[in-house]
Design a protein around this ligand. Structure first.
Ligand code: AMP
Length: 957
């Protein structure tokens, strides 16, 4: 910047702070020392100017001097500018004088420490420049020239300027003397004073020290340079606002209320993070709000977090009952307190009666009992028939504050507790077998089982035997299922050794630990029987005998197949079937509380069953609406006749029926979480695969039980599975007329009858071939519903389109995030050839295997977002591009995030297409499932350009 010393016009006193414009001064004020120059008035454009003039052009050797008064110098101004305005007459305009006439004059200067008044010595002046006009003045035209010269290296207190005329005809109109400064300034929050510009060759830049403005500091003292031209350059060592202050217009201002700044920096104050107290102005940090904390490693500038709430949906899944193992799994807490460092600890207490104590070393928790990052733990070495209470606690970096401060009554507990026991429906181990009697062709055997608390349970046994010396390649085994712990086997070969092995079976038919192989031999003709050799340990005998005495010997006639289901229709009087399979309840023991659903025959209520000799508990009550016919009543109660025959953890349990009163009722166990399809829809994307597969495993176990009993369900679908508080899934809906009447999905087919098309195997649709294999097909669809969180199979395709697609070998595509192994199993269930489909026992054991090695769920099946979210990924439902972000979100069932998008300023689909995963997260979509759904959808939208999805949309197998 060029600064000119302050302008004071019309002042003719001469010091460096003035501009000398003597042309405008009154004549009396001009006190320059003049030898030949005359003060003259010049009229220019109507105004009168004073001049110093000289015009001795006809005379030789002119040496006319004009000297200014003493010009005081500001000490630091060593370089001044002299701007002259003058006119010079053209020598040619003087007749005959051109020989001596000059058209230039000289500028001189002389330094001095004091005003020397009128004393003048030429020798003291140094020449500064010869001044020549650019334009000379002719006779009739006045030309004013302006020239500026620099007088450098001034060092004394002042100086004089002098003008030497050597024979020109000229007039000096004005002399302006000035110097340049760099003006006072604030740069990078440092204040620098007004500084006279550097002067002279070696002093081109003048270094100036600055001072930080108030509330600013700097590590290095601030400096800057002032150039000869009056410009500031190269600031060094900038100042920064102190904590609690931010730079605003070259000052450091207090952070506004609700903002803070923790460090010395030039950053703006930041908004106080979430869960902090808003202080008044000038905050260095924002302290945590009540009940929120910062972990020791958290930055003081970050948000505060609350304690996590309790883990949710803690469930125990029995993995290997016999081995005393179970798996605890849970969902992350609903409220993580805003933290991602959630870990869990599991505490085990074992209880006998009301006395509980820590499980200690006795029970193993793997991988550990604390510091768990995964939401599951494997528990082993549990003893049967003891109650174990598992408390799972969620921890985070701020959990150490859990006990600090005043306890808050509304603080959510961070623990979730589950009490469970391993009740052995699992069979005991057969410990010893003995030969009781033998003949030429028969052997009578008996065996004992390991004693179990609280009482040995009646069980069934599987006996396997073969001839000892059978050629091993073609060994023939005989297998018998026995209901007692002894047997007589006839039709054996005389004098032959046989090998026997016996296993106890659980009520569900799964085998327990087997006995060692025992060898017994039939009698040889002509040889007398000898008593069997005594067992090696006498004390064992006593125990074995004691237990054996409970049982009587079995005879071969007692060999029985597993229990099968009896169709109530086979009873001439259906009421007999009810009597046989269901227990009668007195209506006064049943209290209806609330309608929870609508069945074909009447309302379904939640209620309480309080009957003598029974534990009071919540039940579901199905009612028969008034005005029914006898046929409808029988159809209604047939469900109870069927359900009453089943007893399995994964089949809805019948508590009893009311038949002897006007209002017939079916009372079943109450399933708190209702129908599976709705349960999953409400938790879309929120449950880990592991838990979903656990649910499928339960359904498969129930279906295995039904298929073992030769019961074909015909309407297996997520809507007919109920879920309880422990997330156990149970198969329900067993009415005889059910598929015909009850199911809204039921559709009349050409083969007659009503069939839920999208759940039903092709052979069942085509020619009503309903078998366990067709139930397996439906199970595949249920698996798909589970993995797709209750999505409707085949979306909005019509039944007709579905059947056509299936016949053309198309199958549903993998849902998002579906483990590959699970999808492969679905595809197997949907094999056209029903004999090739897996059976329920295969399905149970495969799912069991997957659950035991959760890594097996890590490989994810290929997923095409365009088909699998049922996104018209290219367009809205009418085939046009989505008109709005909310229309798009609605189409992918993510409407709940509409506001997040709007608040983040994402209001057009073009903006949506620009979003990256991190953007989606930043606008507040936190659940991994939802994140993926939205991200995949965007991917699908980007992919759109060319192809609208062609039907069929399935995987071709
Ligand atoms: P349903 O006639 O068996 O299909 O039952 C109709 C609806 O009532 C079901 O979709 C459930 O929402 C509800 N419901 C039926 N049984 C139960 C139960 N045992 N526990 C809880 N809810 C039930």
């Amino acid at each position: 910047m060029v600064a000119i010393a302050s302008v004071v016009e019309n002042t003719c006193g001469f010091n460096l702070e003035n501009i000398v414009l003597f042309g405008k001064c009154r004549c009396s004020e001009l006190r320059w020392l003049s030898f030949s120059h005359k003060k003259k008035m010049l009229s220019l454009n109507g105004s009168q100017l004073y001049t110093y003039s000289v015009c001795n052009v006809g005379e030789h050797e002119q040496d006319n001097w004009l000297r200014t008064t003493f010009i005081q110098r500001r000490l630091s101004a060593s370089r001044v500018f002299v701007e002259l305005q003058f006119i010079v007459r053209d020598c040619n305009s003087f007749d005959g004088s051109s020989l001596t006439c000059k058209e230039t004059f000289n500028l001189f200067s002389s330094e001095s420490d004091a005003d020397i008044g009128t004393s003048f010595r030429k020798g003291q002046f140094k020449k500064v420049a010869t001044i020549a006009p650019d334009e000379i003045t002719s006779r009739n035209e006045l030309r004013i020239n302006t020239e500026t010269r620099v007088v450098e290296s001034l060092s004394r207190k002042g100086f004089y300027l002098a003008f030497q005329d050597i024979g020109a005809c000229m007039a000096l109109l004005s002399v302006r003397v000035y110097y340049k400064t760099c003006p006072a300034t604030i740069k990078s929050l440092a204040a620098f004073p007004e500084t006279v510009a550097g002067g002279g060759v070696n002093q081109a830049l003048r270094e100036v020290a600055g001072v930080c403005v108030e509330n600013a500091v700097s590590e290095e003292s601030p400096r800057i340079y002032c150039t000869m031209d009056g410009e500031w350059v190269v600031p060094v060592g900038q100042c920064q606002c102190m904590p609690g202050y931010e730079a605003v217009n070259d000052t450091c201002r207090d952070c506004q209320p609700g903002f803070f700044k923790a460090f010395v920096s030039n950053d703006a104050c930041e908004l106080c993070p979430v869960n902090t107290k808003l202080l008044s102005s000038g905050a260095l940090f924002c302290p945590c709000a009540e009940d929120f904390y910062r972990a020791p490693d958290d930055p003081t500038t970050g948000p505060c977090s609350g304690l996590p709430s309790a883990p949710r949906e803690l469930v125990a899944t029995t993995t290997q009952l016999a081995a005393g193992k179970l798996q605890l799994s849970w969902s992350p807490p609903e409220d993580t307190g805003g933290r991602s460092d959630i870990s869990y600890s599991v505490e085990c207490r074992r209880c006998e009666g009301t006395a509980c104590q820590p499980c200690g070393e006795k029970v193993r928790l793997e991988p550990a009992s604390s510091g768990l990052v995964d939401t599951r733990v494997a528990v082993s070495e549990l003893e049967p028939h003891l109650n174990y209470t598992f408390t799972v606690e969620a921890h985070s970096g701020v959990s150490l504050f859990a006990s600090q401060g005043t306890p808050r009554s509304n603080r959510p507990p961070s623990t979730s507790t589950l009490t469970t026991a391993l009740h052995y429906t699992d069979p005991p181990k057969v410990t010893s077998m003995r030969l009781d009697e033998r003949s030429l062709t028969s052997l009578s055997l008996s065996w004992a089982v390991a004693p179990r608390r609280p009482v040995p349970q009646p069980t069934r046994y599987k006996l396997t035997y073969r001839k000892k010396d059978d050629n091993l390649d073609v060994t023939t085994y005989t297998v018998l299922i026995l209901e007692k712990s002894s047997v007589q086997i006839s039709d054996l070969s005389p004098g032959t050794a046989y090998l026997f092995r016996v296993q106890a079976l659980s009520p569900e038919g799964s085998p327990g630990g087997s006995s060692i192989e025992d060898e017994f031999e039939t009698l040889t003709e002509g040889k007398e029987d000898v008593p069997p050799p005594p067992p090696p340990c006498l004390s064992c005998i006593c125990i074995v005998l004691a237990i054996m005495s409970i049982y009587s010997y079995s005879s071969p006639e007692q060999l029985k197949p597993l229990k099968t289901y009896v169709d109530p229709h086979t009873y001439e009087d259906p009421n007999m079937a009810i009597l046989k399979f269901a227990s009668e309840i007195h209506p006064s023991h049943v209290t209806k509380q609330k309608v929870i659903g609508a069945g074909e025959f009447g309302e379904v209520y939640r209620g309480i069953l309080k009957a003598p000799g029974r534990k009071e508990g919540a039940v579901a009550i199905k009612t028969l609406k008034p005005g029914y016919s006898e046929k409808q009543r029988q159809d209604f109660l047939s469900e109870a006749s069927i359900m009453g025959q089943f007893s399995h953890q994964n089949i809805i349990r019948l508590e009893g029926v009311v038949t002897k009163f006007k209002h017939a009722m079916i009372v079943t166990e109450y399933m708190e979480n209702g129908a599976l399809d709705k349960y999953l829809k409400d938790r879309d994307g929120e449950m880990p695969s592991f838990q979903l597969v656990g649910m499928m495993h339960g359904i498969a176990a129930g279906m295995k039980y039904l298929s073992d009993m030769s019961y074909v369900h015909r309407d297996l679908a997520a809507r007919n599975i109920l879920v309880n508080n422990n997330l156990e899934c149970k198969v329900s809906d067993f009415g005889l007329s059910r598929v015909l009447e009850d199911d809204p999905e039921g559709t009349y087919t050409t083969s007659g009858g009503k069939i839920p098309i999208r759940w039903t195997a092709p052979e069942a649709i085509a020619y009503r071939k309903f078998t366990s294999a067709s139930d397996v097909w439906s199970f595949g669809i249920v698996m798909w519903e589970v993995m797709a969180f209750g999505e409707r199979p085949y979306w909005d395709m019509s039944n007709c389109e579905v059947m056509k697609a299936i016949n053309e070998a198309f199958r549903l595509p993998a849902p998002m995030d579906c483990p590959s192994a699970v999808y492969q199993l679905m595809l197997q269930c949907w094999l056209q050839d029903r004999s090739k489909r897996p059976r329920f026992p295969d399905i149970v054991s495969l799912l069991d295997k997957l659950l035991r090695s959760p890594e097996s769920l890590k490989a994810i099946a290929d997923f095409d977002p365009r088909v699998s979210i049922r996104l018209p990924s290219t367009s809205g439902s009418d085939g046009l591009p989505f008109r709005s972000v909310s229309e798009w979100l609605e189409s992918i069932k993510m409407s709940q995030y509409s506001e997040n998008f709007t608040c983040a300023g994402v209001v057009t689909m073009d903006q949506v297409l620009q979003m990256k995963n991190v953007d989606i997260k930043n606008i507040g979509v936190r659940l991994p499932g939802h994140l993926k759904r939205i991200a995949y959808s965007i991917l699908g939208l980007k992919d759109q350009t060319s192809t609208l999805i062609q039907s069929p949309i399935f995987v071709n197998i």
